[in-house]
Design a protein around this ligand. Structure first.
Ligand code: T3D
Length: 264
């Protein structure tokens, strides 16, 4: 059985982490399959959204610790693992020119928690939990966690999550602004599918530019951000989707967006 299931739908793809016996922990084959699937989705012009979820009762439990068992005096090259697998994974996710929806179906721990937070929209089953589990085993939060957490929930809560490593419920995560929404367990996948179906008909080019602008805002000052908005809005404003959006509004009908970077 493949460690990653890839399903092509009309206008979007579904990636299901598929190591349920280890709560979908990351190992090398899963990293390789996931990165290849993200690259393929990014290169497919008909793909306008990605839905990522986990098989079984967990979303992702982070690094597979069975691959990190050390003999006394031995050290694991955790740095190499970040350089080779985790950091490229976050970069690839953030660079995708369309929305990525994480449907967190169960526990998201360690790298699995921060992998979810690196997606654009996080929906979580009400029974799911988020755990910055690193402190329990002597590591620091990685996979962008030390960057995403304070920006999403502020320093006080980021510190609490990183230093205490206690599970945060989906409802708590929603009320803190860590995730978009907690939904009933039975509704999770259909809600995530509905959202991806919406994105598959959205002005994708503009959404990709909006992602870029929001990411850049994390380190830009206001002047730099205004300049970036000017540059990106020039691109969005010359797209066929903008022309169609305005026409549809005036004609009081639903817009039909191509999603492509085509000039009006
Ligand atoms: O070296 C590097 O690459 C550096 C980068 C590191 C990135 C990281 O992600 S470090 C953090 C690694 N993850 C963790 O520390 C979390 C470990 N897991 C847990 O703390 C708990 O399993 C959970 C809180 C996630 C869930 O608890 P619970 O009680 O619901 O489930 P469980 O019984 O603990 O787990 C179920 C099975 O999954 C169990 O196997 P078994 O006993 O039924 O055969 C358990 O061993 C396995 N499992 C869960 N997490 C992992 C795992 N196996 C390997 N690696 C895991 N991370």
């Amino acid at each position: 059985m493949s460690v990653l299931l890839v399903e092509k739908r009309d206008g979007y793809r579904v990636l299901t982490l598929n190591r349920p016996e280890r709560l979908n922990a990351f190992n090398v084959p899963l990293h390789e399959a996931l990165q290849a699937a993200i690259d393929e989705a990014g290169a497919d012009e008909s793909c306008r959204a990605l839905l990522i979820t986990g098989a079984g009762r967990g979303f992702c439990s982070g690094q597979d610790l069975h691959d990190r068992l050390m003999k006394p005096g031995e050290a694991v090259a955790a740095g190499q693992s970040l350089l080779k697998h985790y950091n490229p994974l976050v970069r690839k996710l953030r660079a995708l020119p369309f929305p990525v929806v994480a449907a967190v179906n169960g526990v998201a721990a360690g790298a699995g928690c921060n992998f979810a937070l690196a997606c654009d929209i996080v929906l979580a089953a009400r029974s799911a939990t988020f755990v910055e589990a690193f402190a329990r085993i002597g590591l620091i939060p990685d996979v962008g966690g030390t960057w995403f957490l304070p920006r999403l929930v502020g320093l006080a809560r980021a510190r609490g999550m990183a230093l205490l490593a206690e599970p945060i419920s989906a409802e708590q995560a929603e009320s803190w602004g860590l995730i978009w929404k907690a939904v009933d367990d039975g509704q999770l996948i259909s809600e995530a599918e509905k959202m991806c179906e919406h994105f598959a008909k959205a002005p994708t080019f503009a959404l990709g530019l909006a992602k870029r602008a929001l990411d850049a805002s994390m380190s830009n000052d206001l002047e730099a951000q205004l300049q970036l908005e000017y540059e990106l809005q020039k691109l969005a404003g010359s797209s066929a989707d903008y022309a169609e959006g305005v026409r549809a509004f005036i004609e009081k009908r639903k817009a039909v967006f191509s999603g492509a970077k085509v000039k009006a």
